[in-house]
Design a protein around this ligand. Structure first.
Ligand code: A3P
Length: 305
């Protein structure tokens, strides 16, 4: 699958993540960490990425931290509206304030109060993040739905040059042969950060709770952020950020050149339990066995359907 007109493509050292089947996902490796390539928007991505720990945090910065496909776009939109105290559609896409996807210059220029977002672990974020007491929303989603969503993402975003089969993907996901690495490592690393920093303002929440009680969950976020919590505004935000409304109004803001067949696919299905349409019984049992082993010491819980 040739990738056309990728502006900065030739200047970057890329790697193809093979899972042993011959199918590959194209990423940028920086000091052993695999990040997506942002060929279309970022020059000198490697240097920019490496410098993130030195970037300056501003008072009042808010971070949305989530493994890919946990609902980052949704939570960014909700949080931006809360911070703006308005249910008007945010005219930007969340990638404009995604740490690993912007330059330091653009990061510095994000309008304050900044609603930042990232899929990186804390150890790769700006060093002062905790020192500055930046509020963190940590968003979780059950990893089977994440796996399906990430598969579709990899297939549709051209820069990955990936055209693999789902039957091979579950293992790839479980073994972490994807950009941002293993979901297990990511999740357990954040759990440790939370345990080691008792009392730090981290709000742990889930995609599933947002789906079943968005008004209740948005109210909790508003209270966590110390904002005025007006029930009418909360209701309006929940409605504006409902899946079909976001898909209709945000898809046109995406750069269609980044997507297969020119069709943005960030808002795909937006449901709990779609994994049941994808996993075979054997894949599900294998997933459960690995999950039980890797998460045995974790106190996080997940709703799979
Ligand atoms: P699906 O592929 O299962 O549909 P992220 O923003 O972290 O990349 O996550 C993307 C996932 O969140 C996709 O899941 C997408 O459809 C879903 N999503 C985005 N906006 C949503 C919304 N407003 N309500 C529910 N799900 C949403």
């Amino acid at each position: 699958m040739p990738v056309k007109s990728l502006k900065f493509r030739l200047t970057m050292p890329v790697k193809r993540l093979d899972d042993g089947t011959g199918e590959t996902i194209r990423v940028l490796e920086v000091d052993g960490y695999n990040t997506p390539t942002f060929d279309m928007v970022l020059q000198n991505q490697e240097e920019e990425f490496r410098s993130i720990p030195t970037w300056k945090i501003k008072p009042g910065d808010i971070f949305i931290c989530a493994y890919p496909k946990a609902g980052t776009h949704w939570l960014w939109e909700v949080t931006s509206m809360l911070v703006n105290q308005s249910a008007d559609r945010v005219k930007l896409i969340k990638e404009t304030s995604m740490l690993e996807g912007v330059s330091q210059k653009n990061f510095d220029n994000v309008v304050c109060p900044r609603v930042l977002n990232t899929h990186l672990p804390l150890r790769l974020l700006p060093k002062d993040t905790l020192k500055m007491n930046s509020k963190i929303l940590f968003v979780q989603r059950n990893p089977k739905d994440i796996c399906v969503s990430y598969y579709n993402h990899h297939k549709k975003v051209l820069e990955y040059e990936y055209d693999g089969k789902f039957e091979n993907y579950v293992n790839r996901f479980l073994e972490g042969h994807v950009d941002y690495g293993s979901w297990f490592d990511y999740t357990l690393e954040w759990e440790k950060v939370i345990k080691d920093n008792k009392g730090y303002p981290i709000h742990v929440m889930s995609y599933e709770d947002m789906k079943t009680d968005s008004i209740g969950e948005i109210t909790k976020i508003s209270e966590f952020l110390g904002l005025k919590t007006d029930p009418t505004l909360i209701r309006e935000i929940a409605e504006k950020c409902e899946f079909s409304n976001m898909k209709k109004e945000k898809d046109p803001l995406e750069n269609s050149a980044e997507w297969k067949d020119g069709k943005p696919g960030m808002y795909r299905k937006g449901q709990i339990g779609d994994w049941k349409n994808w996993f075979t019984v054997a894949q599900n049992e294998h997933f459960d066995a690995i999950f039980a082993k890797k998460m045995k010491d974790s106190s996080f819980t997940y709703r799979f359907g």
